[in-house]
Design a protein around this ligand. Structure first.
Ligand code: PEP
Ligand code: MG
Length: 587
């Protein structure tokens, strides 16, 4: 047995050692089998039957997953059911069969190809990954064209699942059964359903391995290291031992995280702070809380547009928000209205390509351009506010007038709901994101119009320093500790607090230990970040006295460059708190 080490992308941390179980995937036929006119009706009936069977299966799987892993993981099947029930899907398949006089298999492969081409042009990784939902449903219909065969029962007890790609429904079903040790896939990325699900179920996973399916066979021994993104095939005994001890170390570290999650969010001098989570899907709420989140500081609602082949209905919006609010209750959930446009374009929205997308019709600009979409979303958010823990966030505000327009529209939607006797939280607060330099400079004025502010430092730094946040060539200039950034952040935080309003930071800066200390020094108390960073930030903030940090930061502000500031703060903090940056190694 050959020993091999493969590198991939670790999408769910942890280590597992076990036997391979290969999963088969559907390969769409590229052969066009013709049919005669007499066979046409039969072919369409065959397709109809396959679609019906797919609907029945999806409903059964949905119920099973709901029962075994929870409702939030079963929502994906609502999306799949919507795709398979979409009458335009059946109509386009029927059209190909009739016009080309071909078998249904080929029609499905053609439609699949069209979708994949459309999805390829989507710049945003998260949205692009949603093509797998379409693939999933079409594969299922494709399989169901075959006469029903009783399933061979695989002994997938305590095995490592290896596949080219796991379709979302397959992932939900298999991972929810509780006997999968780890997952290793040829394809996939951080935001695939398999990755999200594996993370929330604590199953180590490595994806993007390219050809692992060609390198292993059932029964091979595998080590999956989801923390470092490595897979070892048939390792020698010494290596296996090494990984067993690494696994133990990781498990201890995980326990440490759980411990930190339960500790109070207080600085050494007793100042309360609030770690919160940035999420993209309702099923991320629970895992975020288990890492110590005390609320959802940013729910990026854009994902809802991907769970639908057409524009998402008010119900789809509502289900997602309601689920989030219910699971998070009594903690708060800040739902951001869609940040779509620019690079995050979607086929169903038919957004024109723009020469300068980051400066174009993005976020609230797009929403105010197409108000019906915003109204639908606001209605859904209001309906989901019945637990009184929902808050609204408006992205990329540039000027005062936009806030006024949004507020007017908001009142209009509330009026409609009232007249329809629909219940909602009449005191639901409204806040805006400060991401555009012009809005930052106007904080003292804008803040009077809203209930709170949230600083999107990813965009604020991009626009303030004129540095594309996703361009590697200029990433060396993307400096959160640039004195100009610190001056504006200080101004935003202080002017919001002077107005008696709340302020949070929900950009990556909140997840960086040094930057978080600086923000604490400015008086910030709400830090919203990718949940995996919460324990680290909590630990750092718990190790220091806010008064001392405030003094250190005030001095650092007199320096000339990001580098000087960074060096000064690290040195001063370490002199006073030598173990501030050593997570879990205090004792
Ligand atoms: C930000 O810009 O900092 C932010 C949180 O929003 P996004 O990263 O979704 O643009
Ligand atoms: Mg932003």
């Amino acid at each position: 047995m050959e020993y091999l080490r493969l590198r991939g992308i670790g999408v769910s941390p942890g280590i597992s050692i076990g036997e391979v179980l290969l999963t088969k995937r559907v390969i769409f036929s590229s052969r066009k089998d013709d049919i005669s006119p007499e066979q046409l009706d039969n072919e369409i009936a065959r397709l109809e039957k396959a679609i019906e069977r797919t609907q029945r299966q999806l409903t059964t799987i949905k119920d099973k997953v709901k029962e075994k892993v929870g409702e939030e993981h079963s929502f994906i099947f609502d999306a799949h059911l919507l795709i398979v029930k979409d009458s335009s899907l059946f109509a386009s398949l029927k059209k190909i069969i009739t016009e080309k006089m071909t078998r249904a298999e080929w029609a499905i492969s053609q439609i699949h190809e069209q979708y994949m081409i459309e999805f390829k042009s989507i710049a945003d990784e998260y949205f692009r990954e949603r093509k797998f939902d379409v693939s999933d449903v079409l594969s299922r219909v494709y399989k169901n064209l075959e006469p029903y065969e009783p399933k061979k029962t695989h002994d997938d007890k305590d095995k490592i699942l290896v596949g080219h790609d796991l379709l979302p429904s397959e992932a939900a079903l298999r991972l929810s059964q509780g006997n999968v040790l780890a997952v290793a896939l040829d394809m996939g990325g951080q935001t695939s359903h398999t990755a999200i699900l594996a993370r929330s179920l604590n199953i180590p996973a490595v994806v993007g391995l390219r050809n692992i399916t060609k390198r292993v066979k059932n029964g091979d021994i595998l080590i999956v290291d989801g923390t470092d993104g490595e897979v070892l095939i048939n390792p020698p005994l010494a290596t296996e031992k090494e990984f067993i001890s690494k696994k133990k170390r990781y498990e201890n570290y995980r326990k440490e995280l759980q411990k930190i999650a339960k500790l109070k969010s207080l600085t050494l001098d007793g100042e309360r702070f609030y770690p919160m989570a940035n999420i993209e899907m309702p099923d991320e709420v629970k895992p975020a809380f288990s890492l110590g989140a005390e609320g959802i500081g940013l729910f990026r609602s854009e994902f809802i547009y991907l769970h639908s082949t057409s524009l998402p209905s008010e119900e789809e919006h509502y289900n997602a928000y309601y689920q989030c609010a219910k699971v998070a209750h009594p903690a708060q959930v800040y739902i951001r209205t869609m940040d779509i446009g620019g690079e995050k374009s979607l086929p169903q929205l038919k957004i024109e390509k723009e020469p300068n997308p980051a400066l174009g019709l993005r976020a609230i600009r797009f929403s105010l351009h197409d108000r019906q979409l915003l109204k639908t979303q606001l209605r859904a958010i209001l309906r989901a506010s019945v637990f009184k823990n929902v808050r609204i966030l408006i992205p990329m505000i540039t000027e005062y007038e936009e806030i006024i327009e949004v507020k007017n529209l908001f009142e209009e939607v509330k009026g409609e709901l009232r007249s329809q006797k629909v219940k909602f939280d009449t005191h639901i607060p409204l806040g805006v994101m400060i991401e555009v330099p012009a809005a930052a400079a106007m904080t003292d004025v804008l803040v009077r119009e809203v209930d709170y502010l949230s600083i999107g430092t990813n965009d604020l730094i991009q626009y303030y320093l004129a540095v594309d946040r996703s361009n590697e060539l200029v990433s060396y200039l993307f400096k959160p500790l640039h004195p100009a950034i610190l001056r504006i952040l200080k101004f935003i935080i202080e002017s919001t607090q002077a107005a008696g309003k709340e302020v949070a930071v929900c950009g990556e800066m909140a997840a960086d230990p040094l930057s978080a200390l600086v923000l604490l020094g400015f008086g910030l108390r709400k830090f919203s970040m990718n949940p995996i960073f919460i324990p680290r930030i909590k630990e750092v903030l718990r190790s220091v006295e806010s008064k001392i940090i405030r003094r250190i930061v005030r001095k650092a502000m007199q320096l000339n460059s990001a580098q000087e500031i960074e060096e000064y703060i690290i040195e001063r903090v370490l002199v006073k708190y030598p173990k501030a940056f050593l997570m879990g190694q205090k004792n």
